[in-house]
Design a protein around this ligand. Structure first.
Ligand code: CP
Ligand code: NVA
Length: 308
């Protein structure tokens, strides 16, 4: 049976641990100049409906480094853009490829791909989730804090796709997660409800960013208007202004070794100030690098094993 990653709820705690272990191994090997070519002869299709720098290029580099080949599929240039049904596309692509990484708007469309494809389908971002982002972010947190259950992780800003994936991670792994979102921009209620019902870890939602960052080990932010929400930019800017991660907000963080994360792209002067993004607490470049190592682990595990 093939395994998909459509949401982080598709993974057990053991699956997470396996991916972390493999990502750290692959990172070490790369730094030592050694290369495992476990995906020689395999091909990954990247079906992207939205722009991407990091996710696309790190997945492409990941499969190349593992000995395989990426094929980037811009939906506008294929029959997908002329409304060929997903169920047909998924079955055809399964005959040519060994895996699919998909970035699109609707989570239901992604589910449709997964239902009809015989090959692993990986969510490379939808409006609802960004699971691979949070997988690599957890790797970064383990790297700098030694563990993922102890650090207090504070999300500041929009209750968006990345935030929803953090909530799922909290439900599976039992994280200490605080979400500070403006009124009207809270995360998806169902996702939150399910996570709270899991009874795992500590999950708190607030509208007060100052209180939220107080004992934070990790402060995480993301854009105020995600891809597809550009028309709401002005309205959102007004609601999100008190949620900018800047020097004044960081003054409320009591821990000296607090780190600041951002999945990028960042809009300096909006969700994060230039000073904080480029400052001593920011770990965004290491965070961004780990997408490569984690994506290698994801491809290696999904494309070489029958079960995780
Ligand atoms: N963080 C992230 O997913 O970036 P891209 O949109 O550039 O892929
Ligand atoms: N929330 C952002 C993440 C970009 C990586 C978006 O969906 O645009």
């Amino acid at each position: 049976m093939k395994k998909d990653i459509l949401t982080l709820l598709d993974l057990s705690k053991e699956d997470f641990e396996l991916l972390f272990k493999r990502a750290f191994e692959l990172k070490k090997q790369l730094k030592e100049g050694a290369a495992e070519r476990t995906l020689a002869g395999k091909t990954l299709g990247l079906v992207f409906d939205k722009p991407s720098t990091r996710t696309r290029i790190s997945f492409e580099a990941a499969i190349i480094q593992l000995g395989g080949t990426p094929i980037f599929i811009n939906t506008r240039d294929t029959q997908i853009g002329r409304n060929e049904p997903v169920r047909d596309t998924a079955r055809v692509l399964s005959r040519y490829l060994d895996g699919l990484a998909i970035r699109t708007y609707s989570q239901d469309l992604l589910k449709e791909y997964a239902k009809f494809a015989d090959i692993p389908v990986i969510n490379a971002l939808t409006d609802l989730y960004h699971p691979c982002q949070v997988l690599s972010d957890l790797m970064t947190i383990i790297e700098c804090k030694g563990d993922y259950t102890k650090p207090k992780i504070v999300w500041i800003g929009d209750g968006n796709n990345v935030c929803n994936s953090w909530i799922n991670a909290a439900a599976v792994l039992g994280l200490d997660l605080v979400l500070a979102c403006p009124e009207g921009y809270a995360p998806d209620a169902e996702i939150l409800k399910r996570a709270l019902a899991s009874g795992n870890g500590q999950l708190k939602v607030t509208t007060d960013p100052i209180e939220a960052v107080q004992y934070a080990d990790v402060i995480y932010t993301d854009v105020w208007a995600s891809m597809g929400q550009e028309g709401e930019h002005g309205k959102r800017k007004r609601a999100f202004e008190p949620f900018q991660v800047n020097t004044a907000l960081l003054k409320n963080a009591t821990k000296e070794d607090v780190v600041v994360m951002h999945c990028l792209p960042a809009y300096r002067g909006e969700e994060i100030s230039e000073t904080v993004l480029e400052g001593p607490h920011s770990i965004v470049w290491d965070q961004s690098e780990n997408k490569l190592h984690m994506h290698k682990a994801v491809l290696d595990v999904l494309m070489t094993r029958v079960v995780l």
